[in-house]
Design a protein around this ligand. Sequence first.
Ligand code: UN1
Length: 521
Amino acid sequence: MTTAATPSILDTLGIWDDPRVVQSSDATDDHVLVENPATGEPIAGVRLQSSAELDETTTKSVEAFKAWRVVPAPERGQVVRAIGDAYREYLEPLGELIAMEMGKIRAEGIGEVQEVVDIADFAVGLSRQLHGITMPSERAQHIMKEQYLPLGPVGVITAFNFPCAVWGWNAMLAAVCGDSLVWKPSLLAPLTAIATNRLAQQVAAEAGHPDLFGLIIGADDEVGEPMIADRRYPLISATGSCRMGRRVGAVVAGRLGKTLLELGGNNAIIVEPDADLDLALKSIVFGSVGTCGQRCTSTRRAIIHESIADDFIAKIATAYKSVVDNKRIGDPLDESTLMGPLIHEESVLAFENAIKAATEQGGEVLAGGKRLDPGNLANEAIRGGHYVEPTLIRMPAGTHLPIALDETFAPILYATTYSTLDEAIALQNAVDQGLSSAIFTGSVRAMGRFLDPSGAGSDCGLAYVNLGTSGAEIGGAFGGEKDTGGGRESGSDAWKAYMRRQTCTMHFGDSFALAQGIRFE
Ligand code: UN1
Protein backbone atom coordinates (compact mmCIF):
# COMPACT_ATOMS: atom_id res chain seq x y z
CA MET A 1 0.00 0.00 0.00
CA THR A 2 1.26 3.43 -0.86
CA THR A 3 -0.25 5.86 1.62
CA ALA A 4 -3.01 8.06 0.26
CA ALA A 5 -0.89 11.12 1.02
CA THR A 6 1.88 10.03 -1.39
CA PRO A 7 0.92 11.63 -4.71
CA SER A 8 -0.15 14.92 -3.18
CA ILE A 9 3.06 15.32 -1.16
CA LEU A 10 5.21 14.79 -4.25
CA ASP A 11 3.05 17.19 -6.28
CA THR A 12 2.99 19.86 -3.59
CA LEU A 13 6.76 19.82 -3.33
CA GLY A 14 7.26 19.90 -7.10
CA ILE A 15 9.24 16.66 -7.12
CA TRP A 16 8.02 15.66 -10.59
CA ASP A 17 9.33 18.93 -12.07
CA ASP A 18 12.90 17.80 -11.39
CA PRO A 19 14.32 16.33 -14.63
CA ARG A 20 16.05 13.56 -12.67
CA VAL A 21 12.77 12.14 -11.32
CA VAL A 22 10.71 9.55 -13.22
CA GLN A 23 7.75 7.34 -12.37
CA SER A 24 9.07 4.16 -10.80
CA SER A 25 7.72 2.14 -13.75
CA ASP A 26 10.02 4.15 -16.05
CA ALA A 27 13.15 3.65 -13.94
CA THR A 28 16.06 1.91 -15.69
CA ASP A 29 19.55 0.81 -14.63
CA ASP A 30 20.54 4.48 -14.72
CA HIS A 31 18.13 5.25 -11.90
CA VAL A 32 17.95 4.58 -8.22
CA LEU A 33 14.52 3.30 -7.25
CA VAL A 34 13.35 5.06 -4.12
CA GLU A 35 11.25 2.79 -1.92
CA ASN A 36 8.91 3.61 0.91
CA PRO A 37 10.45 1.70 3.84
CA ALA A 38 7.01 1.45 5.45
CA THR A 39 5.59 -0.57 2.58
CA GLY A 40 8.53 -1.76 0.51
CA GLU A 41 6.80 -0.17 -2.49
CA PRO A 42 8.54 2.10 -4.97
CA ILE A 43 7.82 5.83 -4.81
CA ALA A 44 9.80 7.12 -7.81
CA GLY A 45 12.99 6.67 -9.81
CA VAL A 46 15.83 9.20 -9.68
CA ARG A 47 18.44 9.33 -12.45
CA LEU A 48 21.99 8.87 -11.23
CA GLN A 49 24.26 11.68 -12.36
CA SER A 50 27.73 11.33 -13.84
CA SER A 51 31.13 12.70 -12.89
CA ALA A 52 30.85 15.03 -15.92
CA GLU A 53 27.67 16.50 -14.45
CA LEU A 54 29.45 16.93 -11.12
CA ASP A 55 32.22 18.81 -12.90
CA GLU A 56 29.66 21.09 -14.54
CA THR A 57 27.87 21.66 -11.21
CA THR A 58 31.19 22.47 -9.51
CA THR A 59 32.12 24.96 -12.22
CA LYS A 60 28.76 26.72 -11.78
CA SER A 61 29.23 26.70 -8.01
CA VAL A 62 32.62 28.41 -8.32
CA GLU A 63 31.00 31.17 -10.42
CA ALA A 64 28.07 31.42 -8.00
CA PHE A 65 30.56 31.82 -5.13
CA LYS A 66 32.30 34.72 -6.84
CA ALA A 67 29.00 36.58 -7.28
CA TRP A 68 27.67 35.75 -3.81
CA ARG A 69 30.71 36.65 -1.75
CA VAL A 70 30.50 40.30 -2.79
CA VAL A 71 26.94 40.59 -1.46
CA PRO A 72 27.24 42.15 2.03
CA ALA A 73 26.69 39.56 4.75
CA PRO A 74 23.54 41.20 6.22
CA GLU A 75 22.03 41.17 2.73
CA ARG A 76 22.94 37.49 2.39
CA GLY A 77 21.10 37.10 5.68
CA GLN A 78 17.95 38.54 4.10
CA VAL A 79 18.05 35.84 1.42
CA VAL A 80 18.46 33.22 4.15
CA ARG A 81 15.50 34.77 5.97
CA ALA A 82 13.34 34.22 2.86
CA ILE A 83 14.63 30.64 2.61
CA GLY A 84 13.65 30.04 6.25
CA ASP A 85 10.16 31.36 5.40
CA ALA A 86 9.92 28.88 2.51
CA TYR A 87 10.61 26.02 4.95
CA ARG A 88 8.01 27.45 7.34
CA GLU A 89 5.47 27.36 4.53
CA TYR A 90 6.31 23.78 3.52
CA LEU A 91 6.98 22.46 7.04
CA GLU A 92 4.25 19.82 6.91
CA PRO A 93 4.58 18.41 3.39
CA LEU A 94 8.35 18.32 3.65
CA GLY A 95 8.15 16.65 7.07
CA GLU A 96 5.75 14.13 5.58
CA LEU A 97 8.03 13.45 2.64
CA ILE A 98 10.87 12.73 5.09
CA ALA A 99 8.57 10.32 6.96
CA MET A 100 7.52 8.63 3.75
CA GLU A 101 10.98 8.32 2.25
CA MET A 102 13.09 7.31 5.27
CA GLY A 103 10.50 6.10 7.77
CA LYS A 104 10.81 8.38 10.81
CA ILE A 105 7.40 9.26 12.28
CA ARG A 106 5.59 12.35 11.01
CA ALA A 107 6.20 14.37 14.21
CA GLU A 108 9.94 13.73 13.93
CA GLY A 109 9.89 14.54 10.21
CA ILE A 110 8.26 17.90 10.89
CA GLY A 111 10.69 18.43 13.78
CA GLU A 112 13.53 17.92 11.35
CA VAL A 113 12.26 20.67 9.03
CA GLN A 114 11.77 22.87 12.11
CA GLU A 115 15.52 22.47 12.74
CA VAL A 116 16.14 24.04 9.33
CA VAL A 117 13.75 26.91 10.12
CA ASP A 118 15.57 27.41 13.43
CA ILE A 119 19.05 27.37 11.93
CA ALA A 120 17.89 29.81 9.23
CA ASP A 121 16.73 32.20 11.99
CA PHE A 122 20.06 31.74 13.75
CA ALA A 123 21.94 32.40 10.52
CA VAL A 124 20.01 35.61 9.83
CA GLY A 125 21.20 37.04 13.16
CA LEU A 126 24.67 35.71 12.55
CA SER A 127 24.84 37.56 9.24
CA ARG A 128 25.41 40.75 11.25
CA GLN A 129 27.87 39.16 13.67
CA LEU A 130 30.65 37.41 11.75
CA HIS A 131 33.08 38.95 14.18
CA GLY A 132 36.83 38.91 14.05
CA ILE A 133 38.85 40.29 16.94
CA THR A 134 41.46 43.04 17.31
CA MET A 135 44.68 42.72 19.26
CA PRO A 136 47.41 45.20 20.27
CA SER A 137 50.46 45.26 18.04
CA GLU A 138 53.90 45.12 19.63
CA ARG A 139 54.94 47.93 17.27
CA ALA A 140 53.97 51.60 17.56
CA GLN A 141 51.51 52.95 14.97
CA HIS A 142 50.38 49.49 13.90
CA ILE A 143 46.86 48.05 14.01
CA MET A 144 46.18 44.32 14.12
CA LYS A 145 42.91 42.55 13.57
CA GLU A 146 41.46 39.32 12.28
CA GLN A 147 38.76 39.12 9.69
CA TYR A 148 36.71 36.19 8.45
CA LEU A 149 36.28 35.83 4.70
CA PRO A 150 34.10 33.61 2.53
CA LEU A 151 35.77 30.26 1.89
CA GLY A 152 34.49 28.94 -1.42
CA PRO A 153 32.12 26.24 -2.63
CA VAL A 154 31.38 23.78 0.19
CA GLY A 155 30.82 20.11 -0.66
CA VAL A 156 28.15 18.68 1.63
CA ILE A 157 27.67 14.91 1.95
CA THR A 158 24.70 13.74 4.01
CA ALA A 159 23.24 10.48 5.33
CA PHE A 160 19.69 9.13 4.96
CA ASN A 161 18.65 9.58 8.60
CA PHE A 162 18.52 13.38 8.67
CA PRO A 163 18.00 13.98 4.97
CA CYS A 164 16.94 17.62 5.37
CA ALA A 165 18.25 19.11 8.65
CA VAL A 166 21.93 18.21 8.34
CA TRP A 167 22.13 19.94 4.95
CA GLY A 168 20.22 22.85 6.51
CA TRP A 169 22.77 23.27 9.31
CA ASN A 170 25.52 23.47 6.73
CA ALA A 171 23.68 25.42 4.07
CA MET A 172 22.17 28.22 6.14
CA LEU A 173 25.49 28.97 7.84
CA ALA A 174 27.57 28.61 4.68
CA ALA A 175 25.18 30.92 2.82
CA VAL A 176 25.46 33.79 5.31
CA CYS A 177 29.23 33.23 5.38
CA GLY A 178 29.31 33.91 1.62
CA ASP A 179 29.87 30.37 0.37
CA SER A 180 28.08 28.43 -2.35
CA LEU A 181 27.27 24.73 -1.85
CA VAL A 182 27.06 21.49 -3.75
CA TRP A 183 25.12 18.78 -1.95
CA LYS A 184 25.57 15.05 -2.45
CA PRO A 185 22.71 13.40 -0.53
CA SER A 186 22.28 9.74 0.39
CA LEU A 187 20.84 7.61 -2.40
CA LEU A 188 18.37 6.31 0.20
CA ALA A 189 16.68 9.73 0.50
CA PRO A 190 17.17 11.70 -2.73
CA LEU A 191 13.57 12.92 -3.00
CA THR A 192 13.82 14.82 0.29
CA ALA A 193 17.07 16.33 -0.98
CA ILE A 194 15.41 17.42 -4.23
CA ALA A 195 12.49 19.02 -2.38
CA THR A 196 14.73 20.63 0.25
CA ASN A 197 17.25 22.01 -2.22
CA ARG A 198 14.52 23.22 -4.57
CA LEU A 199 12.95 25.50 -1.93
CA ALA A 200 16.29 27.18 -1.19
CA GLN A 201 17.34 27.25 -4.83
CA GLN A 202 14.14 29.01 -5.91
CA VAL A 203 14.63 31.78 -3.35
CA ALA A 204 18.30 32.16 -4.30
CA ALA A 205 17.39 32.28 -8.01
CA GLU A 206 14.86 35.06 -7.35
CA ALA A 207 17.67 36.95 -5.60
CA GLY A 208 19.83 36.52 -8.72
CA HIS A 209 21.96 33.58 -7.57
CA PRO A 210 20.51 30.50 -9.30
CA ASP A 211 23.56 28.27 -8.73
CA LEU A 212 24.13 29.05 -5.07
CA PHE A 213 22.69 25.69 -3.99
CA GLY A 214 23.83 22.85 -6.26
CA LEU A 215 22.62 19.28 -5.93
CA ILE A 216 24.35 16.22 -7.37
CA ILE A 217 22.72 12.81 -7.04
CA GLY A 218 24.99 9.89 -7.80
CA ALA A 219 26.97 6.91 -6.63
CA ASP A 220 30.01 7.22 -4.36
CA ASP A 221 32.52 6.08 -6.96
CA GLU A 222 31.02 8.18 -9.77
CA VAL A 223 30.44 11.50 -7.95
CA GLY A 224 31.45 11.08 -4.29
CA GLU A 225 35.11 10.27 -4.90
CA PRO A 226 35.68 12.99 -7.53
CA MET A 227 33.95 15.52 -5.28
CA ILE A 228 36.15 14.89 -2.25
CA ALA A 229 39.29 14.91 -4.42
CA ASP A 230 38.39 18.21 -6.13
CA ARG A 231 40.51 21.15 -4.96
CA ARG A 232 37.74 23.56 -5.90
CA TYR A 233 36.03 22.49 -2.64
CA PRO A 234 38.13 24.00 0.17
CA LEU A 235 35.77 22.37 2.68
CA ILE A 236 34.01 19.02 2.60
CA SER A 237 31.39 18.61 5.30
CA ALA A 238 30.43 14.94 5.62
CA THR A 239 27.91 13.18 7.85
CA GLY A 240 27.69 9.39 7.96
CA SER A 241 29.52 6.30 9.13
CA CYS A 242 33.03 6.27 10.66
CA ARG A 243 34.15 4.17 7.68
CA MET A 244 32.95 6.86 5.24
CA GLY A 245 34.51 9.59 7.38
CA ARG A 246 37.91 7.87 7.38
CA ARG A 247 37.86 7.80 3.59
CA VAL A 248 36.73 11.42 3.23
CA GLY A 249 39.22 12.55 5.88
CA ALA A 250 42.13 10.80 4.18
CA VAL A 251 41.37 12.03 0.66
CA VAL A 252 40.70 15.63 1.67
CA ALA A 253 43.77 15.69 3.96
CA GLY A 254 45.80 14.38 1.01
CA ARG A 255 45.07 17.60 -0.86
CA LEU A 256 45.34 19.64 2.38
CA GLY A 257 41.70 20.65 2.28
CA LYS A 258 39.45 21.12 5.31
CA THR A 259 36.88 18.65 6.53
CA LEU A 260 33.98 18.87 8.91
CA LEU A 261 33.14 15.32 9.96
CA GLU A 262 30.07 14.28 11.92
CA LEU A 263 30.26 10.49 12.16
CA GLY A 264 28.97 7.62 14.27
CA GLY A 265 27.90 7.72 17.90
CA ASN A 266 27.60 5.09 20.63
CA ASN A 267 25.73 7.09 23.17
CA ALA A 268 25.07 6.10 26.77
CA ILE A 269 22.78 7.24 29.56
CA ILE A 270 23.99 6.81 33.14
CA VAL A 271 21.22 6.46 35.73
CA GLU A 272 22.20 7.31 39.31
CA PRO A 273 20.17 5.94 42.23
CA ASP A 274 18.91 9.44 43.15
CA ALA A 275 17.62 10.17 39.62
CA ASP A 276 14.04 10.98 38.67
CA LEU A 277 13.47 7.50 37.30
CA ASP A 278 10.28 8.35 35.45
CA LEU A 279 12.10 11.06 33.51
CA ALA A 280 15.05 8.74 32.90
CA LEU A 281 12.76 6.00 31.58
CA LYS A 282 10.95 8.28 29.13
CA SER A 283 14.26 9.69 27.89
CA ILE A 284 15.79 6.24 27.42
CA VAL A 285 12.77 4.98 25.49
CA PHE A 286 12.60 8.05 23.22
CA GLY A 287 16.37 8.01 22.73
CA SER A 288 16.53 4.36 21.76
CA VAL A 289 13.25 3.88 19.89
CA GLY A 290 12.91 7.32 18.26
CA THR A 291 13.77 7.33 14.54
CA CYS A 292 13.85 3.53 14.98
CA GLY A 293 17.31 3.85 16.57
CA GLN A 294 18.70 5.47 13.42
CA ARG A 295 19.95 8.78 14.81
CA CYS A 296 23.65 9.27 15.32
CA THR A 297 22.52 10.50 18.75
CA SER A 298 20.30 7.45 19.50
CA THR A 299 20.71 5.95 22.97
CA ARG A 300 22.54 2.66 22.51
CA ARG A 301 23.71 1.92 26.05
CA ALA A 302 22.10 2.29 29.49
CA ILE A 303 24.48 2.24 32.48
CA ILE A 304 22.33 1.77 35.58
CA HIS A 305 23.35 1.85 39.23
CA GLU A 306 23.25 -1.69 40.65
CA SER A 307 20.95 -0.72 43.54
CA ILE A 308 18.08 0.17 41.18
CA ALA A 309 19.01 -1.85 38.09
CA ASP A 310 16.71 -4.87 38.28
CA ASP A 311 13.51 -2.86 38.70
CA PHE A 312 14.52 -0.13 36.28
CA ILE A 313 15.64 -2.49 33.52
CA ALA A 314 12.34 -4.38 33.94
CA LYS A 315 10.51 -1.09 33.38
CA ILE A 316 12.39 -0.47 30.13
CA ALA A 317 11.45 -4.00 29.02
CA THR A 318 7.79 -3.35 29.86
CA ALA A 319 7.82 -0.07 27.93
CA TYR A 320 9.36 -1.79 24.88
CA LYS A 321 6.83 -4.62 25.02
CA SER A 322 3.96 -2.14 25.25
CA VAL A 323 5.14 -0.41 22.05
CA VAL A 324 4.74 -3.78 20.30
CA ASP A 325 1.63 -5.03 22.13
CA ASN A 326 -0.26 -1.76 21.71
CA LYS A 327 0.47 -1.86 17.98
CA ARG A 328 2.38 1.42 18.00
CA ILE A 329 4.82 0.28 15.29
CA GLY A 330 3.76 0.95 11.73
CA ASP A 331 3.17 3.60 9.09
CA PRO A 332 5.18 6.70 10.06
CA LEU A 333 2.46 8.93 8.63
CA ASP A 334 -0.16 7.48 10.96
CA GLU A 335 -0.54 9.82 13.95
CA SER A 336 -0.65 6.98 16.51
CA THR A 337 2.64 5.41 15.38
CA LEU A 338 5.57 5.71 17.81
CA MET A 339 8.12 3.77 15.78
CA GLY A 340 8.40 3.38 12.02
CA PRO A 341 10.43 0.94 9.95
CA LEU A 342 14.16 0.61 9.42
CA ILE A 343 15.37 2.14 6.18
CA HIS A 344 15.89 -1.11 4.26
CA GLU A 345 16.34 -4.86 4.42
CA GLU A 346 20.11 -4.62 4.98
CA SER A 347 19.39 -2.79 8.24
CA VAL A 348 17.04 -5.57 9.34
CA LEU A 349 19.85 -8.06 8.67
CA ALA A 350 22.34 -5.92 10.62
CA PHE A 351 19.81 -5.80 13.50
CA GLU A 352 19.41 -9.59 13.43
CA ASN A 353 23.16 -10.18 13.24
CA ALA A 354 23.82 -7.85 16.19
CA ILE A 355 21.27 -9.69 18.32
CA LYS A 356 22.73 -13.06 17.34
CA ALA A 357 26.22 -11.84 18.24
CA ALA A 358 25.00 -10.38 21.53
CA THR A 359 23.39 -13.68 22.51
CA GLU A 360 26.51 -15.65 21.58
CA GLN A 361 28.63 -13.22 23.57
CA GLY A 362 26.57 -13.75 26.73
CA GLY A 363 23.89 -11.03 26.47
CA GLU A 364 20.35 -11.72 27.63
CA VAL A 365 17.49 -10.48 25.42
CA LEU A 366 14.90 -9.02 27.81
CA ALA A 367 12.54 -7.53 25.21
CA GLY A 368 12.19 -7.70 21.45
CA GLY A 369 14.96 -9.34 19.49
CA LYS A 370 13.07 -10.16 16.33
CA ARG A 371 11.70 -8.80 13.09
CA LEU A 372 8.18 -7.60 13.88
CA ASP A 373 5.44 -10.14 13.37
CA PRO A 374 3.12 -8.49 10.80
CA GLY A 375 0.19 -9.43 13.05
CA ASN A 376 1.52 -6.80 15.47
CA LEU A 377 1.45 -4.02 12.91
CA ALA A 378 -1.19 -1.34 13.31
CA ASN A 379 -2.10 -1.89 9.67
CA GLU A 380 -1.43 -5.30 8.19
CA ALA A 381 -1.64 -3.94 4.66
CA ILE A 382 1.88 -2.52 5.08
CA ARG A 383 3.54 -5.85 5.77
CA GLY A 384 6.17 -5.24 3.07
CA GLY A 385 7.95 -2.73 5.34
CA HIS A 386 11.16 -3.27 7.30
CA TYR A 387 9.81 -3.46 10.85
CA VAL A 388 11.64 -4.76 13.90
CA GLU A 389 10.92 -4.95 17.62
CA PRO A 390 12.58 -2.47 19.98
CA THR A 391 15.17 -4.63 21.69
CA LEU A 392 16.67 -4.60 25.16
CA ILE A 393 19.76 -6.70 25.90
CA ARG A 394 21.27 -7.03 29.34
CA MET A 395 25.05 -7.30 29.45
CA PRO A 396 27.03 -8.78 32.34
CA ALA A 397 27.59 -6.32 35.22
CA GLY A 398 30.19 -3.59 34.73
CA THR A 399 31.19 -4.53 31.21
CA HIS A 400 30.40 -4.34 27.50
CA LEU A 401 29.69 -7.15 25.08
CA PRO A 402 32.04 -6.69 22.09
CA ILE A 403 29.00 -6.07 19.84
CA ALA A 404 27.94 -3.13 22.04
CA LEU A 405 31.12 -1.32 21.04
CA ASP A 406 29.83 -1.08 17.45
CA GLU A 407 27.16 1.32 16.26
CA THR A 408 24.29 -0.76 14.84
CA PHE A 409 21.76 1.60 13.25
CA ALA A 410 18.70 -0.09 14.82
CA PRO A 411 16.61 0.11 18.01
CA ILE A 412 18.85 -2.05 20.22
CA LEU A 413 19.67 -0.92 23.75
CA TYR A 414 22.43 -2.64 25.74
CA ALA A 415 22.09 -2.30 29.52
CA THR A 416 24.74 -2.86 32.15
CA THR A 417 25.22 -1.98 35.83
CA TYR A 418 27.84 -0.20 37.93
CA SER A 419 28.62 0.42 41.57
CA THR A 420 30.60 3.71 41.64
CA LEU A 421 30.20 6.83 39.51
CA ASP A 422 33.86 6.59 38.45
CA GLU A 423 33.10 3.16 37.07
CA ALA A 424 29.99 4.45 35.26
CA ILE A 425 31.92 7.31 33.63
CA ALA A 426 34.70 4.92 32.61
CA LEU A 427 32.12 2.63 30.99
CA GLN A 428 30.46 5.56 29.24
CA ASN A 429 33.83 6.62 27.81
CA ALA A 430 35.02 3.10 26.91
CA VAL A 431 33.91 3.19 23.26
CA ASP A 432 35.64 4.55 20.17
CA GLN A 433 32.89 7.04 19.36
CA GLY A 434 32.36 10.27 21.33
CA LEU A 435 29.19 12.00 20.19
CA SER A 436 26.51 12.20 22.89
CA SER A 437 26.23 11.26 26.57
CA ALA A 438 23.83 11.79 29.46
CA ILE A 439 23.45 11.34 33.19
CA PHE A 440 20.27 11.30 35.25
CA THR A 441 20.88 12.43 38.82
CA GLY A 442 19.53 14.68 41.53
CA SER A 443 23.02 15.33 42.86
CA VAL A 444 25.01 18.46 42.09
CA ARG A 445 28.20 16.52 42.77
CA ALA A 446 27.40 13.78 40.27
CA MET A 447 26.50 16.44 37.71
CA GLY A 448 29.79 18.23 38.36
CA ARG A 449 31.80 15.06 37.95
CA PHE A 450 30.06 14.22 34.68
CA LEU A 451 30.78 17.73 33.34
CA ASP A 452 34.14 18.12 35.16
CA PRO A 453 35.99 21.05 33.54
CA SER A 454 39.25 19.09 33.93
CA GLY A 455 37.95 16.73 31.24
CA ALA A 456 37.75 13.77 33.63
CA GLY A 457 34.01 13.37 33.05
CA SER A 458 32.19 12.58 29.80
CA ASP A 459 34.54 12.53 26.79
CA CYS A 460 31.77 13.33 24.30
CA GLY A 461 30.98 16.42 22.23
CA LEU A 462 27.50 16.55 23.77
CA ALA A 463 26.86 16.01 27.49
CA TYR A 464 23.37 16.18 28.96
CA VAL A 465 22.15 16.21 32.56
CA ASN A 466 18.60 14.95 33.16
CA LEU A 467 17.77 14.75 29.48
CA GLY A 468 18.41 12.11 26.86
CA THR A 469 21.18 11.75 24.29
CA SER A 470 19.19 12.79 21.21
CA GLY A 471 17.30 15.91 20.28
CA ALA A 472 19.94 18.63 20.37
CA GLU A 473 18.88 22.26 19.94
CA ILE A 474 20.47 24.11 17.01
CA GLY A 475 21.94 26.88 19.18
CA GLY A 476 24.81 24.73 20.47
CA ALA A 477 27.70 23.41 18.43
CA PHE A 478 26.80 19.86 17.35
CA GLY A 479 29.36 17.11 16.91
CA GLY A 480 31.66 14.75 18.73
CA GLU A 481 35.14 13.61 19.58
CA LYS A 482 37.27 10.52 18.85
CA ASP A 483 35.87 8.43 15.98
CA THR A 484 32.91 10.78 15.68
CA GLY A 485 35.33 12.96 13.73
CA GLY A 486 35.73 16.17 15.75
CA GLY A 487 33.60 18.42 13.52
CA ARG A 488 31.09 20.93 14.86
CA GLU A 489 28.00 21.99 12.95
CA SER A 490 24.97 24.15 13.70
CA GLY A 491 25.13 26.77 16.48
CA SER A 492 27.69 28.56 18.67
CA ASP A 493 30.80 29.41 16.63
CA ALA A 494 30.46 26.48 14.19
CA TRP A 495 30.17 29.12 11.43
CA LYS A 496 33.94 29.61 11.57
CA ALA A 497 34.42 26.31 9.71
CA TYR A 498 32.77 27.90 6.66
CA MET A 499 35.09 30.91 6.49
CA ARG A 500 38.79 31.54 6.19
CA ARG A 501 40.59 33.61 8.74
CA GLN A 502 42.95 36.43 7.86
CA THR A 503 45.21 38.29 10.28
CA CYS A 504 45.58 41.87 9.06
CA THR A 505 48.35 44.22 10.24
CA MET A 506 48.28 47.87 9.17
CA HIS A 507 51.09 50.39 9.61
CA PHE A 508 50.19 54.08 9.68
CA GLY A 509 53.58 55.53 10.76
CA ASP A 510 56.75 56.27 8.80
CA SER A 511 59.42 54.31 10.73
CA PHE A 512 60.64 50.95 9.42
CA ALA A 513 59.78 48.70 12.39
CA LEU A 514 60.23 44.95 12.38
CA ALA A 515 58.56 42.53 14.77
CA GLN A 516 60.59 40.84 17.53
CA GLY A 517 62.69 44.03 17.73
CA ILE A 518 64.88 42.96 14.81
CA ARG A 519 67.14 45.73 13.49
CA PHE A 520 67.88 45.74 9.76
CA GLU A 521 69.55 49.06 8.93
C1 UN1 B 1 21.99 12.86 13.30
O1 UN1 B 1 21.48 11.83 13.74
O2 UN1 B 1 22.80 12.83 12.34
O3 UN1 B 1 20.36 15.74 18.32
C2 UN1 B 1 21.65 14.22 13.79
C3 UN1 B 1 19.60 15.14 17.54
C4 UN1 B 1 19.19 15.81 16.25
C5 UN1 B 1 20.21 15.65 15.21
C6 UN1 B 1 20.69 14.26 14.96
N1 UN1 B 1 18.97 17.21 16.52
O4 UN1 B 1 19.16 14.02 17.77
